[in-house]
Ligand binder design. Structure first.
Ligand code: XMP
Ligand code: MG
Length: 173
């Protein structure tokens, strides 16, 4: 991609400050409980690992991979499990950690799928939310930033598998 099209939307300091606040909320809400953090690969990986560093209650991590977009910038609505969880979530307090909620199809599908496995609870934590493009009525319990309907990359999010390593969120004009 022509890199002059890439602009910072949320800088590194703002990201880290907000993630710390989200962790504070989670620590408070899950007091006395154990948390099963589920990262949605690959986009959620930076967010999950940074968020986890601030979690102060007992917690486990597991990873799941679903495909929704392929290498296109538009949602197909097709959600396919590429990698399932390693461990059972029965009777556990599950927190799905995702990079971005767009149409909502991925998270609605995942939430229903995990809810069917008899967890104690299932909540969603998304770093970014694009509410203007939602097509299904799924809601996040924790949201880092509400953003406009722009294609974003960096901090786990990719453009054709690249730019996930950027420490900030950028948009493409
Ligand atoms: P849905 O539409 O199911 O989409 O809510 C969620 C998934 O779509 C990807 N997505 C993006 N990826 N920049 C990206 O790099 C974006 O602006 C963007 N919007 C959606 C993402 O993989 C997410 O898990
Ligand atoms: Mg992607």
């Amino acid at each position: 991609m022509d890199e002059s099209r890439i602009h910072v939307m949320i800088d590194e300091v703002s990201l880290q400050n907000r993630i710390r606040q989200l962790a504070d909320e989670i620590n408070h809400d899950y007091q006395g409980k154990e948390l099963a953090m589920i990262c949605v690969l690959k986009g959620g990986v930076m967010f999950m690992t940074d968020l986890a560093k601030y979690i102060q209650i007992p917690m486990t991590m597991d990873f799941m991979s679903v495909s929704s977009y392929g290498n296109q910038q538009v949602s197909t609505g097709i959600v396919k499990i590429m990698k399932d969880l390693d461990n059972s979530i029965e009777n556990q307090h599950v927190l799905i950690v995702e990079d971005i909620m767009d149409t909502g199809r991925t998270l609605q599908y995942l939430k229903n799928l995990l809810a069917d496995r008899n967890p104690a609870s299932v909540k969603i934590c998304t770093l970014l939310d694009k509410p203007h493009t939602r097509v299904v009525p799924v809601k996040a319990d924790y949201t880092g930033f509400v953003i406009d309907d722009k294609f974003v990359l960096g901090y786990g999010l990719d453009y054709e598998q690249h730019y996930r390593n950027l420490p900030y969120i950028a948009y493409v004009e």
